[in-house]
Design a protein around this ligand. Sequence first.
Ligand SMILES: C[S@@+](CC[C@H](N)C(=O)[O-])C[C@H]1O[C@@H](n2cnc3c(N)ncnc32)[C@H](O)[C@@H]1O
Length: 263
Amino acid sequence: MSSALTRVAYAYDRLRAYPPEVAGRIATAMANALQVKGEEPLLLELGVGTGRIALPLIARGYPYLALDNNPAMLEVFRQKAAGVMRKVRLLEADARDIPLPGESVHGVIVVHLWHLLPDWPRALAEALRVLKPGGVLLEGWDRVEAEVEWRLQERWRALVEAEGFRVERGLHQRRLAEVEEALKRLGLKPKVRQVVAWREMRTPREALEALGERLYSFTQAVPEAVHQRVMPRLWAWAEGELGDLDRPFPVEKSFYLRASRLG
Ligand SMILES: C[S@@+](CC[C@H](N)C(=O)[O-])C[C@H]1O[C@@H](n2cnc3c(N)ncnc32)[C@H](O)[C@@H]1O
């Protein structure tokens, strides 16, 4: 596997990591939502990434099927999970074609995946197919509010658009609303709640590096040549506008969970 891909997977892992107490609160909320009686619940996560949702659940003893179509992400996940892999199976597969029989898992976890799939209804249908009757679809997402970071991202967008390339933002929230509508049309009753809110500190330099690595999905459709032309201009703009790139700014974060139980 290319070391560049693995490097990006590690960078992704660092950027998105939850503080331990936050990871624990999320795992508790998911475990509580499962409510499986008499059986050991088997969980499947679609688009498991580097395992920030999975690992605390695995540490609590849940058998876990960790599915992702990116081998670099799975490799980082495998390294992080070393030592607790006894009940874990890695599935390098597409969420739109899950290699499992119908009605085989108690919970399907989906965090930050739908917006990456233009044909998300296929993945949703697959998620519901593999759930046992009474099983739960657990969708999760982060909300992130940070004015400095927003300004940097919007400046990046303006520079890219000045190069003649349109950038779409806000897809993630729109897609969550579309999936919720689809679940309701199927007669399910999705229930949403905020699980935890916390504050982190980040420097403009870290935010610029994350943009440079294209760790945000809204950056990924932009041609590499355009991105390479724009990044030095963005660094120069940030230095002029923000001054000290190592002075941390607050990032307000929260995690939401939407649970839908099959009848
Ligand atoms: C934004 S990351 C989220 C990872 C993890 N759920 C989290 O919240 O940290 C999306 C993950 O979905 C994976 N992915 C994207 N398209 C996929 C597909 N069609 N099938 C399976 N996994 C996919 C990516 O490789 C990536 O690991």
